[in-house]
Design a protein around this ligand. Structure first.
Ligand code: GRF
Length: 215
């Protein structure tokens, strides 16, 4: 329920794969765990992403913008930004979006674009750390605690201001797949909806590459 005088925070969710994080956001909005928020669009670079089916099932407008459909990366970058702008979002949520974000888009949405990363930044992040590779690296190093991070997106890779983090235990015998699933269930699906709710309710400010959260 909206308070008098407040407007919904319009969010666009960008995806490439299964969309379990998107589902956690949809469920959060439906259950009221996320307030003051409307998912106005879902964008995927991959037309076969199951995430798009999730959007369709929930009646959320969606579209695919794939680099494969454009003559150059520059044209794709322009079209991607145009597609995002058309939804007029207050906040962009990268939920497993595997495409490098165009610099112009990062500038246009400074402190208005967040990402979920499946590790406790600054461990296992940066170039090359995505998907299962993150969990493979954590197991190879033998760490006992892993987790997930929600952060604002800046020009670097996983370097923006951290909003929320949650730790998850590594267990004997974990495979990358088992660990990935536990990190999603225990961390990602909880902190991503929570971060959106905090931002949508004006509780997050950025100061000198750090966030201040008013709980
Ligand atoms: C998640 O592990 C997320 O942290 C990473 O990509 C994966 C997306 O999974 N950035 P899903 O599409 O939300 O199921």
């Amino acid at each position: 329920m909206l308070e008098t005088g407040t407007a919904d925070c319009r969010i666009v969710v960008m995806v490439s794969g299964g969309g379990t994080n998107l589902q956690a956001i949809i469920d959060g909005v439906e259950s009221g765990a996320i307030t003051n928020t409307k998912i106005v669009g879902v964008i995927s670079n991959n037309k076969n992403a199951y995430a798009l089916k999730r959007a369709e099932k929930s009646g959320i407008p969606f579209r695919c913008v794939s680099p494969k459909d454009y003559a150059s990366r520059e044209i794709f970058n322009e079209e991607l930004l145009k597609a995002v702008d058309e939804y007029a979002p207050d906040l962009i949520v990268l939920a497993g979006f595997l495409v490098v974000i165009p610099p112009a888009m990062i500038r246009a949405y400074q402190n208005r674009m967040i990402n979920i990363h499946p590790s406790l930044i600054p461990s296992f992040c940066g170039k090359g750390y995505y998907g299962l590779k993150v969990h493979e690296a954590a197991l190879a190093r033998g760490v006992k605690v892993v987790g997930a991070t929600v952060h604002f997106v800046d020009e670097g890779t996983d370097t923006g201001p951290i909003i929320l983090q949650k730790a998850v235990e590594v267990k004997q015998g974990d495979t990358p797949e088992i660990l990935q699933r536990r990190v999603m269930e225990q961390a990602e699906w909880k902190i991503l909806p929570r971060a959106i709710d905090l931002i949508a309710n004006g509780k997050v400010t950025v100061q000198e590459n750090k966030t201040i959260i008013e709980e």
